[in-house]
Ligand binder design. Structure first.
Ligand SMILES: [Zn+2]
Length: 461
């Protein structure tokens, strides 16, 4: 067995439980030739997404990378670190970015007609495609690509949006504490089973939360505990009992009420609201939990990161709780059909829903700005230098060889080698049979001239 295959075999693999014995896993995820991620010429193929931005990764800490090819399906790379007998997946900001691109390639494949499938691939009409580098953080990013700003479907946009939301949340908690408020973490769940349909269940949960906060009893609870406002995060995991959507709610309280008291107040409120919304009655033990300020601060400071980055890396083997990105990881590693289907169901059910919701007036009380997801995804580094402008052909070669994140790594670590690396990418693309014709919108935003190159399925077969 090759060294690479050995590493991949020793490493913990993402899995949903239904793919334990998949062919890819039995083969130890051997390296595969790289293929194109060509877009389809399907629905809305020449319609720009209308959102353009630069995408920047987190600051680089200069950790050495060990690369191993693990993406049988997409040829993406994941780094491992030797850990005792086996290997632990190595996480740093460059690695996390590589994974985001890898998972994004999975979304391109399984949701080929989505806005997300065009995100960070199509160029902005009449704008040059540039590689820029932040002066402050030494991080490289692309400018001049269309973005989807989907916090649910897009590992790249979601990473950026949730990171900025996390900074907002952490700041808000600190300000609240400075004002002498308490911040508690309320978790609301509902009983669920395999047969439950996700979208109606989400509608009912939203309805139940509205009732919890705005009916007569809810209003009296708010007054009794001096609830100044809430930040509600909608999250979901998938497991043996089906999808498990739940709310994590930061409660900003200006009294000295205890967590036990708050829990006693909210439990019957949530239970009654769920029943009125047509959901099963949550149990006394599991429906509502209130944790104190330590948990709330920890939650605020890692919000988004848990599902974005760390979860799939650190441990697996626990198949009863997969995040949406775990489903993508599972498909990436094993072509798991169940995970593909579950991600599509999840994507359809969450489309258009708010991931994070601040109650009216709270942002103003805490001095937090009011930016939309689109505006956050669009935020750019003010102080950045231009490293390079890419031609259509160069960008096609980068996409074809799936070098988007590797090119940024080179820009950050070895800018002097940037041109040589890009030349190598073009050579690799030619050598691996990059087809002529459109695989990305040209500078006009429309596909560049050339023969049709088929569907994603044909390209990645
Ligand atoms: Zn996106």
């Amino acid at each position: 067995m090759s060294q690479k295959a050995e590493k991949a075999k020793a490493a913990p693999l993402p899995g949903c439980g239904s793919c334990e014995d998949s062919p890819a896993k039995r083969r130890g995820l051997a390296a595969r030739p790289q293929r194109a991620t060509a877009r389809t010429d399907g629905e809305g193929a020449d319609a720009p997404l209308g959102i353009y931005a630069k995408t920047a990764a987190a600051p680089v800490k200069g950790v050495a990378l060990v690369w191993a090819d693990t993406g049988e399906e997409t040829g993406e790379v994941v780094a491992y670190e030797r850990k005792g007998e086996g290997f632990k997946v190595h996480v740093n900001s460059q690695m996390a970015r590589a994974e985001r691109y890898a998972l994004k390639a999975v979304v391109n494949k399984i949701l080929p007609k989505s806005r997300t499938s065009k995100c960070m691939r199509w160029r902005v009409p009449k704008q040059s495609l540039q590689v820029l580098k932040s002066v402050e953080f030494n991080k490289a990013f692309y400018s001049g690509l269309q973005i989807c700003a989907s916090v649910w479907d897009c590992p790249i946009c979601s990473g950026k949006i949730t990171e900025r939301r996390r900074v907002e949340l952490t700041g808000a908690v600190a300000v609240a504490k400075g004002m002498g408020w308490q911040v508690m973490l309320l978790t609301c769940t509902v009983p669920h089973g395999l047969g439950d349909e996700l979208s109606p269940m989400l509608d009912q949960m939203m309805d139940a939360w509205r009732k919890t906060t705005s009916n007569r009893k809810g209003k009296s609870v708010r007054a009794a505990i001096c609830l100044e406002g809430t930040v509600r995060a909608l999250e979901v995991t998938d497991g043996a009992n089906g999808f498990h959507p739940h709310f994590h709610v930061l409660l900003f309280i200006s009294s000295d009420v205890t967590t036990d008291t708050v829990q006693e107040y909210f439990r019957p409120l949530w239970q009654d609201a769920c029943v009125k919304a047509g959901l099963p009655r949550p149990s006394d033990a599991h429906g509502v939990r209130v944790d104190d300020g330590t948990y709330a601060a920890a939650y605020a400071s890692k919000w988004g990161i848990e599902s974005e980055l760390t979860k799939g890396h650190s441990k697996k083997g626990k198949h009863d709780s997969m995040t949406p990105w775990d489903l993508l990881r599972c498909y990436l590693a094993t072509k798991c059909e169940r995970s593909r289907k579950r991600f599509i169901i999840y994507s359809e059910a969450f489309k258009g829903r708010r991931q994070l919701y601040w109650s009216n007036g709270l942002k103003a009380k805490l001095g937090v700005g009011d930016l939309t997801d689109e505006e956050l995804a669009h935020q750019e580094e003010e102080r950045a230098t231009l490293l390079s402008e890419l031609t259509d052909d160069q960008w096609r070669a980068v996409l074809h060889t799936r070098s988007e994140s590797a090119l940024l790594d080179v820009a950050e670590n070895h800018p002097e080698a940037f041109d040589a690396f890009l030349e190598g990418v073009e050579g690799l693309a030619r050598a691996s049979g990059m087809p002529d014709g459109p695989c990305v919108a040209g500078a006009s935003g429309k596909p560049v001239a050339g023969p049709k190159i088929g569907t994603i399925e044909e390209m990645t077969k």
